[in-house]
Ligand binder design. Structure first.
Ligand code: AMP
Ligand code: MG
Length: 705
């Protein structure tokens, strides 16, 4: 039995009727959610919904976002099982139709059944409640802090809180104490037609615990696209959509109780915990990231010079990932950006195995001093398991990577023993489980292997493959257009040139940078300083690329057609950044596509690309904001720098590991870019550098170059 309709409930323990943020929301099959001001109204609505489903013959999955159980041991002690605990709570909890609940008193009463102050704690009210500590107490010895499902349901940026905590941001304890009594009443009312998963097999109406924050990254995108709707509402809607988006087989897998850890029978289980990837995939079909807003680069008027760090922070705020996603085979995913976390499908190692070549046996039969054991006939090797059982007191030949046969938990290194082919002799004692690898010691099935945003490198492909992950959800590659402007430029370095002409050095440099950063370069060519021509090129850029880098013509001078065009026909914000080398950086939106107007001078163009464009493009591509790793080295030069702007010097390390800088700071000296193997970054403040002074050196490699 699976389901044909989905309803997701976001519950609230609010003390008075409430709407909007932190109130009750209910979403049906991904439709616009309903907001319910009181728990009593929500209960009435759920009854109506269930009755409707029963009449229509729908199989309804009703997910609620609070715990259906407590850590192992609690329900048994209080009531003799998890569903009996539901009834106990229904019998003790009182709620009014004005949301006045006695759940704190209920918690105090439960605390009294256990030694010590807890387990429940947290009181968001001024008045003292006897038996309910305000601060986290020591947990009674026989109780655990968490349920098994909580770790499995965690995702980057979202981990379920402890059910013992009743107050504080994100606390779920109070929702559980107010929610379970309501569900217990539904269960009584619809007995025979309604079941509680995973304690019971699915029925026509199936209640299940859900954790909408499992989709936190999707929720963030949705909130950015539609900030008018509270995050709670987005959450329930997206989860309902994701569950409704699963195919029949996936629905069955989701509700398969056999595949759950044993603890689920006592503690409950969050639906989809460990299956986050599948849920996200079901959702991704509907998800296109929101576009950037036209005013995203706006800078307050009158700001004279913006420090580099402020400019970077502004840029980081202005941008977000803009690429949709696709699924690719793992072996074809090098360089791609994970759009969703990758979850281990299998433990590594899958079974306990031998870490060395040697002999295996049961540790229990060994002691100290000389040990002598008969060898069993046969051996265990990688890929060739020994299928029999090794009797206690016997040993078996075992090779690196072989699964430990039944009866073996410890291995001695072959160099540490002697054998005549029939017996094994070695010196005890040996440590239990010596020279073996525990199943899952590297990673456990269901664990997150790599987070969303990870750029997949060769070692990552090894990890994913070892964990049985054959395909991954990645972002589509960011297409970066590169355009050069200037009447003086000639594209082909082999072409004849007049004295007033120079070759377009920026375009090959920027295209190569973009490619090296893992994006998809789009060559938009070179345009003269002509408004119509540049307009044409930018239109092509908007059609073929997700972001455009231009160089030249970006200041406010007579010939600066790029900035003029962006100002009159796009949305331009000229950032005067306190940086050398660099001219004003033109940041604009052109037909929905961001344009970075880099300086024309190749030295300034490279520095601005490395410092500003690289992290911005990384963020848009889905791999997050990045800062280059630099390190402090002694200077091999002298310089007196004034306060007011940050400076980047073309630099390389000499054979004593000191930073030497290029002979000239002249921004026309392209040869210095090539001479260098990195940049020295001098702070915004005044500094006096003398040979030996510490300076920050950032190798080109740290800029992904
Ligand atoms: P602009 O930003 O257009 O005022 O150009 C500043 C300086 O950089 C001028 O000397 C230009 O000739 C030079 N320049 C502009 N674009 C390029 C390019 N693509 N390759 C080489 N030099 C350039
Ligand atoms: Mg120019």
């Amino acid at each position: 039995m699976t389901y044909s309709r989905v309803a997701i409930l976001d519950w609230s323990a609010a003390g008075k009727p409430a709407r909007g943020k932190d109130s009750i929301w209910l979403a049906l099959d991904g439709e616009m959610p309903e907001n319910l001001p009181t728990r009593a109204q929500a209960e009435a609505r759920l009854i109506a919904l269930i009755e409707e489903a029963l009449v229509a013959g729908d199989k309804l999955l009703l997910g609620a976002d609070f715990a259906f159980g407590y850590p192992h041991g609690f329900a048994d002690t209080v009531a003799g099982g998890p569903l009996h605990l539901w009834d106990w709570l229904a019998d003790h909890h009182v709620d009014t139709d004005r949301n006045e609940s006695n759940y704190r008193e209920v918690a105090a009463r439960l605390n009294a059944l256990f030694p010590g102050e807890g387990p429940f704690w947290g009181n968001g009210r001024k008045i003292q409640i006897d038996g309910l500590p305000r601060l986290k107490p020591d947990l009674p010895a026989n109780l655990l802090p968490n349920r098994t499902t909580e770790a499995a349901a965690a995702s980057p940026g979202a981990k379920p809180k402890s059910v013992w905590q009743l107050a504080g941001a994100g606390a779920v304890g109070a929702q559980t104490l107010t929610g379970l009594p309501m569900l217990a009443r539904l269960r009584r009312r619809f007995a025979g037609q309604l079941s509680v998963w995973p304690f019971e097999a699915p029925a026509q109406i199936t209640l299940a615990e859900v954790y909408p924050s499992m989709l936190a990254d999707a929720v963030r995108l949705a909130v950015a696209a539609d900030p008018g709707m509270p995050p709670d509402a987005h959450q329930v809607r997206l989860l309902a959509r994701a569950l409704a988006g699963l195919d029949t087989q996936m629905r069955a897998e989701l509700l398969d109780r056999q595949s759950l850890p044993h603890a689920a029978q006592h503690e409950g289980w969050i639906l989809g915990a460990g299956q986050q990837t599948q849920l996200r995939a079901a959702l991704s079909a509907h998800l296109t990231p929101p576009r950037l807003r036209n005013d995203c680069f706006a800078m307050p008027q009158g700001v004279a010079w913006v420090p580099v760090d402020t400019a970077l922070a502004k840029l980081r705020d202005a941008l977000h990932p803009v690429m949709g996603q696709e699924r690719v085979k793992t072996h074809e995913a090098a360089g791609r950006v994970l759009a969703m976390p990758a979850t281990a499908r299998r433990s590594n190692p899958p079974r306990p195995n031998a870490a060395v070549d040697g002999y295996g046996f049961a540790h229990a039969a060994t002691g100290s001093g000389p040990q002598r054991m008969p060898l069993v006939n046969g051996r265990a090797a990688a890929g060739q398991p020994f299928t029999g059982t090794v009797p206690q007191g016997h040993a078996i030949r075992i090779l690196t990577g072989a699964i430990l046969p039944a009866g073996v938990d410890t291995v001695v290194l072959e160099e540490d023993c002697a054998t005549d082919g029939l017996h094994l002799v070695f010196d005890g004692p040996v440590k239990p489980r010596a020279n073996t690898r525990r199943a899952g010691e590297d990673m456990e099935e269901g664990q997150m292997a790599l987070p969303a945003g990870q750029v997949l490198r060769a070692p990552d492909l090894a990890l994913l493959t070892a964990l049985g992950i054959g395909a991954v959800d990645v972002r589509k590659p960011l297409r970066v257009g590169v355009l050069s402007t200037g009447d003086e430029l000639v594209t082909d370095p082999a072409a004849p040139v007049a004295p007033h002409q120079i070759f377009d050095a920026n375009r090959p440099m920027l295209l190569s940078l973009v490619q090296g950063w893992g994006h998809h370069p789009v060559d938009l060519g070179h345009m003269p300083d002509d408004t119509d021509a540049i307009r044409q090129a930018l239109m092509r850029g908007a059609a073929q690329a997700d972001v455009v880098l231009t160089s030249g013509g970006a200041s406010a001078g007579d010939e600066d057609h790029v900035s003029r065009l962006l100002r009159t026909e796009g949305h331009l914000s000229s950032w005067r950044i306190a940086v050398k080398p660099g001219r004003p950086l033109a940041l604009a939106m052109w037909q929905g596509v961001p344009v970075f107007g880099l300086p024309g001078n190749p030295v300034a163009a490279l520095v601005c690309a490395l410092i500003f464009a690289r992290p911005a493009l990384s963020l848009m591509a889905g791999s997050g904001w990045i800062a280059p790793a630099g390190f402090t080295v002694p200077a091999a030069f002298s310089k007196d720098k004034k306060a007011g702007r940050r400076e980047y010097l073309r630099a390389r390390l000499n054979d004593r590991g000191e930073a030497e800088v290029f002979v000239s700071e002249g921004s026309g000296r392209i040869s210095g870019l090539s001479w260098a193997s990195g940049l020295v970054e001098l702070p915004d403040e005044a500094v006096q550098i003398r040979p030996g002074s510490p300076v920050r050196y950032i190798p080109y490699a740290s800029f992904g170059l």
